[in-house]
Design a protein around this ligand. Sequence first.
Ligand SMILES: [Ca+2]
Length: 133
Amino acid sequence: MGEIEYADFDNDGEEELIIRGYCNARLFFDVIGDTVYRLFETTSTTDVGNVVEMKGKRVIERTDVMHVGRNIYRITQYDSCCCIIDWFTLSAGFEGSSYSAEDEFYYRRREISMKEFEAIRDTIVFNGYSTMQ
Ligand SMILES: [Ca+2]
């Protein structure tokens, strides 16, 4: 059985429906007019979906941070018509269990420093909308 969650992840003042299932798999839905759209689903520990805030706007965060060798954040921002209005990847790639300043960091396909990586990552705020642990 799934758990129902609601969050206004497209910032239009109306809450969208999220169904959470086994292992935090999530289905994200929006309604436009009379039509329900299944926007996307996340299904594994390499693609964990969540609703977070960046710069005061809610966005979808999909992370791959539970395995060694990488920390990947994929951020997608939707408008009220289910259109993607911004998206980017923030990532760190490294040997072993943690990164250091010598490893590779990318933001919007541009190589950045570890400090820049952490500064951008720290702007991603989980505001506790849901019942996630
Ligand atoms: Ca909404």
